[in-house]
Design a protein around this ligand. Structure first.
Ligand SMILES: [Cu+2]
Length: 298
């Protein structure tokens, strides 16, 4: 098994090199979103053999090995998992996966123990748990029906500049971008959900959020900072595929930013922190304008 896998690796490696020579000209760092199913896992090399879907501009649909530079992500995946990840291409022949996220499980026979949580996939509906915002008011996803809602998970005490503070800065950029068009602004909404419900009470969320809206509290009409009960938080992070644990008031967490379509189903997800605010703002605008079909279905 191990031996034939190695043989295949060499074969795939050659194939992949050939492809990359064809498709990559520059040597600047590029990222692509990969979706696919894990065929096997080689822990000794931190390699995954993935049957990836078509990755426009990078690789047609095929089964090939990927090096993974995300030890936590690597540890949590297993064969048969359907994943979403970022392919980082540094040079024509150098690429690896980052920000791994399990979005589903393939194979009809599920394990007898059964997964403790169901990670939602695109098109599925998010659980409508009550959330309490910076003003102490209860809000729910369902009350934004008809609007695309962008949500992410943060906590106010997060000490890592590249984590929650970065996500909040990116949300601030999206808020500003959408505000340029009052119609779009009115019909969209942002939500930052706290990963630290015991500490992030309404006044703390309010004080945290204000600077991200240039200290204008009117910004809260378009961007709520919310927390929920620890139980409901577990439900949410489980549904959105976040890894999160708390130890001595230090929270370690992965990142995922989710776009809910106007009907409350998941329209898109951006794991990690390397997405661009304008790309996400564009996705929100896109979700805003339903595709007008001129075809008559009969
Ligand atoms: Cu954080």
């Amino acid at each position: 098994m191990e031996k034939s896998a190695k043989f295949n690796l060499v074969r795939f490696g050659l194939l992949v090199s050939a492809f990359l020579l064809l498709v990559s000209c520059g040597n600047s760092r590029k990222t692509y979103v990969l979706t696919g199913r894990i065929i096997s896992k080689l822990s000794s090399k931190q390699l995954l053999i993935v049957n990836n879907d078509d990755i426009p501009g990078f690789m047609p649909a095929m089964t090939m090995p990927y090096e993974v530079k995300d030890p936590d992500g690597f540890a949590q995946v297993q064969p048969e998992d359907v994943i979403r990840a970022e392919v980082v291409v540094e040079k024509p022949n150098q690429f690896y996966l980052e920000h791994l996220m399990v979005t589903g499980r393939s194979g009809a026979g599920s394990s007898p123990a059964g997964p403790a949580r169901h990670v939602l996939m695109i098109g599925e509906k998010a659980p409508d748990v009550p959330l309490v915002n910076q003003d102490g008011k209860t809000v729910r996803f369902s009350q934004f029906k008809g609007k695309p809602v962008l949500l992410t998970f943060i906590y106010t005490r997060c000490p890592f500049p590249d984590y929650c503070p970065l996500l909040s800065r990116q949300f601030a950029a999206i808020q500003k971008d959408l505000a340029k068009n009052p119609e779009e602004y009115k019909k969209t909404h942002l939500l930052s959900i706290s990963l630290d419900p015991n500490y992030d009470k309404p006044p703390i969320l309010r004080a945290y959020g204000l600077p991200y809206m240039e200290n204008d509290p009117k910004g809260f009409q378009h961007w709520d900072f919310v927390s929920t009960t620890p139980d409901d938080l577990q439900k949410l992070v489980g549904s959105f595929g976040l890894e999160y644990s708390e130890e001595n008031s230090q929270i370690s967490h992965s990142m995922n930013t989710i776009l809910l379509a106007p009907d409350g189903t998941i329209a898109n997800m951006w794991p990690g922190n390397e997405w661009k605010p304008d790309e996400v703002a564009d996705a929100m605008r896109h979700a805003l304008t339903p595709i007008q079909s001129t075809d008559e279905h009969r």
